[in-house]
Design a protein around this ligand. Structure first.
Ligand SMILES: NC(=O)c1ccc[n+]([C@@H]2O[C@H](COP(=O)([O-])OP(=O)(O)OC[C@H]3O[C@@H](n4cnc5c(N)ncnc54)[C@H](OP(=O)(O)O)[C@@H]3O)[C@@H](O)[C@H]2O)c1
Length: 331
């Protein structure tokens, strides 16, 4: 897909991967709308990129609908921008710890921001893309959505749901001219861990710069890629998990400490968490150390999907209006 002139909405554009993506896409000539909650950080990214900033709380029941409406209104005020060409569903929030320690509100927030909001934004922004026969929707998932990870059950479930939604959507959109991309980051050096309240405590894998994830998004857009892992080797544990879950569980048990439970009835599950032979336990290891782990991934059906070639969007280079925190400016 051609990025120059493409009207692009990036959620979670105020921080981390979203902010880096805004910078990368601005350099590629996209016309940006960025959304987030924090006005100061949103404004700083908008200033750097010439983006228009939209304040939106995607955990609120009306948050996604209001954001979609504001984005469409902005596009409608510009004769050269009849709609949103690219939607990047990047906003996300994590939580790490036993499920019993989560509040109902936190569960609702994680499901809303990571899963329900991308679905609702897609529902509202997709029709104009399909009507024009062009566009792309990107979902920023996570390696923990591709495998089962201890102490991140709700976040994992939300990201796994997002991946399945994206896969189903890609089937639905075959031949429509609108493509779907899923980005599967491993560990990225962003304030994500600080925001979730538990720092990243493992030595390996080392966190990658946010720019690497942003480049993966640019590449997925430019080359109509359906699934991109960051880093690329993350596809290996993902494929292994999909093809041979028990082997994956054994290897994960040996090489990691993410506490995979294994499938019901799996002898590995009995041998693991409370096993006396199991050295690392809650007693001698900080809980934060267990919160990140490997992957699962593309089912054969998913890999078989091929995004159709669809027309490029025309347009013009990014304009650099002095960005202010507003939803009423023209794009
Ligand atoms: N960092 C990693 O290692 C990693 C790994 C795998 C996947 N991911 C995924 O990558 C995506 C980006 O995360 P990141 O690493 O860049 O984390 P981050 O720096 O914490 O950024 C998260 C973004 O999401 C926005 N957000 C959070 N809650 C929101 C809400 N209720 N309403 C609207 N926006 C909200 C934040 O906006 P405000 O700050 O303005 O509230 C922020 O812009 C997420 O989907 C995350 O799950 C990250």
């Amino acid at each position: 897909m051609r990025l120059r002139g493409a009207v692009t909405l990036v959620t979670g554009g105020s921080s981390g991967i979203g902010a880096a993506t805004a910078r990368v896409l601005a350099r590629a000539g996209a016309r940006l709308l960025i959304a987030g909650r924090d006005p100061a950080r949103l404004d700083a990214v908008a200033r750097d990129t010439g983006a228009l900033a939209l304040k939106a709380d995607l955990a609120e029941p009306q948050g996604p609908a209001e954001l979609a409406e504001a984005a469409l209104q902005m596009a409608a005020t510009d004769a050269d921008a009849p709609g949103i060409d690219i939607l990047i569903n990047n906003a996300g929030v994590g939580w790490c710890g036993p499920i019993g320690e989560m509040t109902g509100d936190k569960i609702a927030e994680i499901l809303a921001v990571n899963l329900a909001a991308p679905i609702e934004l897609t529902r509202r922004l997709l029709p104009r893309m399909t009507a024009r026969g062009s566009g792309r929707i990107v979902f920023v998932s996570s390696i923990v959505g591709a495998t089962s990870v201890r102490d991140e059950a709700v976040y994992s479930a939300a990201k796994a749901g997002l991946g399945n939604f994206a896969e189903s959507l890609a089937h639905e959109l075959e031949g429509s001219g609108v493509g779907v991309s899923v980005i599967v980051p491993g560990v990225i050096n962003t304030p994500f861990f600080e925001h979730r309240g538990r720092p990243y405590g493992r030595k390996k894998p080392e966190p990658l710069p946010a720019e690497q994830a942003a480049e993966a998004i640019r590449s997925a857009l430019e080359h109509d890629r359906q699934m991109v892992y960051v880093p690329r080797w993350m596809s290996f544990p993902a494929r292994l998990h999909g093809a041979a879950p028990r082997t994956f569980a054994v290897l994960a048990h040996w090489f990691g400490d993410h506490g995979l439970a294994g499938p019901p009835g799996c002898p590995l599950a009995r041998a693991r968490p409370q096993s006396p032979q199991r050295k690392p336990s809650a007693g001698n290891r900080a809980p934060r150390d267990r919160c990140e782990g490997p992957v699962r991934l593309p089912s054969p059906a998913h890999e078989a999907l091929r995004p159709p070639n669809w027309p490029v969007t025309g347009g013009r280079p990014v304009r650099g209006p002095s960005p202010t925190y507003s939803t009423s400016r023209k794009l």
